[in-house]
Design a protein. Structure first.
Lengths: 285, 414
């Protein structure tokens, strides 16, 4: 039986039913409004993922402190002790960048996993799916702010005392979270279709770690590579964090402004990309 | 024409499309290989699959729409699109601003969290406000009969406790339009009675109900209208008795049509709760035995489409007392269920008996025995006998599934 035949047999207010106008921007706006309506779920997802991540470990919440410190120790032993190529405040220098890099990695990997894990819910309930990656980014942001406090304490024995400049972490971190959200949305949506993405990204991050000035200052990069090297937004971000923690000065606002602009573009593109793909998530059987 | 306020759900020429190129477990390698082989344009024409096409119906407030059809006919897709899980790809659908919610057990639960936390989480996924949840939480906890266990992580619950918790959350939230995929029955007899009562209350209070079920008795008892889906299209839509009668007639016709395909000397004798299927296979008995006892062989002919089995989850330990495990995906709500059988008799290459424990959902208490005899001409006669605790309507489905799998086995061995 064709649709028209079925149609004629059905009485109903069909004349009033017009197919809704749809466009990517409309869909994105609808997603934003739905997120506001589901902010309660977003809060629950953030708090539950923060509570359960270490629930089976002996140290529990203590891992929030241990994670960055152990990472720092590994590199301090490797580079500072074995290669003997580090200044006295080297631990603080690398810890500043490590916690910032961890924000990127934790948020993206968490978002990728969370989006996959809730497949069943996505197939059964209509909820704004962007809140799955968003909850992970927010959780990683909370980790970062905590770790930043730890950093300020760890810096004291090295003769670096906290100053009011440390409060500038808020605008700098906002820029980074904007950028990170864009990346996390993009990667987690892509990974639903190509499961290779999550695996590849692990190696991309590892390479990015060494290509960014985490363990070394920018000055070791030869001048002729500098214009390309500086395209990496983390060069600016690490610089900014180190300025407020170690040098008690303001960050380079003009560079940070450019990175902020780029981050907003990344966020918008990542969001649109996720929204474009998300209606197909529930159809992947 | 009636006023709009009389209607709860209206769909017009509804279509839902699946893009086959974007299916799960695709890897980049696969896609790149396809493009490299110049296959991109060749597959483009067949890359779409319309799970629903041209579906129109108008459901008034207070009405119950029963949806019937074979597995894979688009019933669950219809519920998903009404629930707003994805928008229609063609046509239009409206619920006039009402929330339409699919009743599912434990959607969004996080097993690491306590029962109480999961009530909050599950209800939030369904879009209920913090206020609504807080006003209901005591009633939900009491209904679940979980007592002090409500503070324990859900991971420590038995499957029965989990189901009770999920059910309690689902039935306390009262969506305006209720979408039901089979009537859920969980827990022991006492809890089941209580849950049926609550469900009745819920369906009475909902402004409209869409019910998918394989049970014709249930549909005939509850539905005011029936929509029969066949291959994603409306086969028949109208008054319950009229559509149901035709649907049942066709279902039995379909089973009869199976007979000529059964191979040489087929015989299909069906009694109330028993199914016996006999096939003569053109292959020696050892080969047939291997087809039944080696996982990679079994996976080739078990018809995964019908029961939505995930063949990659198949594990089997073929010895008396060994287990047979296979995870199936419920086509309607996407939940996964693992069927677990125990080999009772393993006599190579003559007889194989599997028993499914009574608590198993779909095959509860079923015993399947397969006997292979060698008439001495290189062929094998196979007799499958199964006893299954199920309703008449479900027996038809189970039988069609078995027949379809055995057809594939016959083809494979031919």
């Amino acid at each position: 039986m064709t649709a028209t035949q079925a149609d004629s047999a059905v009485a109903g207010p069909f004349d009033l039913l017009a197919p809704p106008k749809r466009s990517l921007l409309r869909d994105a706006w609808a997603e934003v409004r739905a997120t506001a309506r589901y902010s309660h779920l977003l809060r629950l997802l953030v708090s539950s993922s923060l509570r359960t991540e270490n629930s089976n470990t002996v140290f529990g919440f203590f891992w929030w402190v241990l994670d960055p410190l152990l990472q720092m120790t590994v590199y301090v032993i490797f580079i500072g002790v074995i290669l003997n190529r580090a200044g006295p405040d080297y631990p603080v220098f690398i810890l500043t960048a490590i916690i910032s890099w961890e924000l990127l990695v934790k948020a993206t990997q968490g978002a990728t996993a969370a989006t996959l894990r809730k497949e069943r819910a996505m197939r059964q309930v209509a909820f704004p799916k962007t809140i799955l990656p968003l909850s992970q980014v927010i959780g990683a942001g909370a980790h970062f702010m905590f770790a930043f406090g730890v950093l300020l304490v760890v810096a004291v024995p090295f003769g670096i005392y906290p100053s009011a400049y440390a409060l500038l972490v808020i605008p700098i971190a906002l820029v980074q979270v904007t950028l990170t959200t864009g990346i996390a949305l993009f990667i987690s949506a892509l990974n639903v279709f190509f499961r290779d993405t999550g695996k590849i990204i692990t190696y991309v991050f590892r390479m990015g770690f060494y290509l960014s000035p985490v363990l070394y200052p920018v000055t070791v990069v030869p001048d002729r590579f500098r214009p390309i090297y500086n395209l990496n937004p983390f060069v600016t971000l690490f610089d900014a964090y180190r300025a407020i923690v170690m040098e008690h000065s303001t960050p380079d606002w003009s560079s940070l402004g450019i990175v902020a602009g780029g981050s907003i573009v990344a966020l918008v593109l990542g969001y649109l990309f996720f929204v474009r793909l998300q209606e197909s998530f529930a159809k992947l059987v | 024409m009636d006023g709009l306020h009389d209607y709860a759900v209206v769909a017009k020429d509804l279509g839902v499309k699946y893009d086959l190129r974007l299916q799960r477990r695709r890897t980049l390698r696969h896609t790149i290989a396809q493009i490299a082989a110049g296959d991109g344009s060749a597959t483009l024409g067949r890359s779409e699959f319309w799970a629903l096409q041209g579906v129109s119906f108008a459901l008034r407030r207070g009405e119950v729409l029963g949806v019937v059809g074979m597995n894979g006919s688009g019933k669950s897709t219809l519920l998903q699109v009404i629930a707003g899980v994805f928008p229609p790809d063609a046509g239009a659908l409206t619920t006039f601003g009402r929330e339409a919610t699919l009743l599912t057990l434990g959607t969004g639960f996080d097993p690491e969290l306590s029962g109480r936390d999961n009530i909050y989480l599950g209800a939030a996924y369904l879009g209920f406000s913090r206020l609504k949840i807080e006003s209901e939480i005591d009633a939900i906890i009491e209904f679940s009969e979980l007592g002090r266990f409500i503070e324990a992580p859900v991971v420590t619950y038995s499957s029965g406790m989990r189901a009770r918790l999920g059910f309690s959350v689902a039935v306390h939230l009262e969506p305006q339009i209720l979408l039901l995929d089979e009537i859920l029955g969980v827990g022991d007899a006492g809890f089941q009675r209580k849950s049926q009562e609550k469900l009745k209350e819920l369906t009475d209070r909902a402004e409209a109900l869409v019910l998918v079920s394989h049970s014709d008795q249930l549909i005939s008892r509850m539905a005011t209208k029936v929509l029969w889906l066949d291959g994603g299209r409306v086969r028949h839509y109208g008054e319950t008795d009229e559509v149901l009668e035709e649907y049942l007639e066709r279902s039995y016709d379909r089973l009869d049509q199976h007979q000529p395909q059964i191979g040489r000397g087929p015989e299909m004798a069906v009694s109330a709760q028993e199914i016996t299927i006999t096939r003569v296979l053109h292959a020696p008995r050892e080969l047939v035995w291997r087809a039944w006892t080696e996982p990679e062989q079994l996976a080739r002919w078990l018809d995964a489409r019908v029961s939505n089995a995930r063949l990659e989850t198949l594990t089997m330990d073929v010895r008396p007392g060994g287990t047979f495990r296979l995870t199936k995906v419920n086509g309607e709500d996407g939940s996964e269920m693992t069927t677990e059988g125990v080999y009772r008799e393993v006599v190579a290459p003559e007889r194989l008996v599997v028993e499914y424990p009574a608590e198993d959902g779909s095959l509860g208490g079923a015993v399947t025995a397969v006997t292979f005899t060698d008439p001495g001409d290189g062929r094998t006669e196979m007799v499958l006998h199964t006893t299954i605790q199920t309703t008449d309507a479900m027996r038809g489905v189970a039988e069609a599934e078995l027949a379809s799998s055995l057809d594939r086995l016959a083809e494979q061995l031919a």
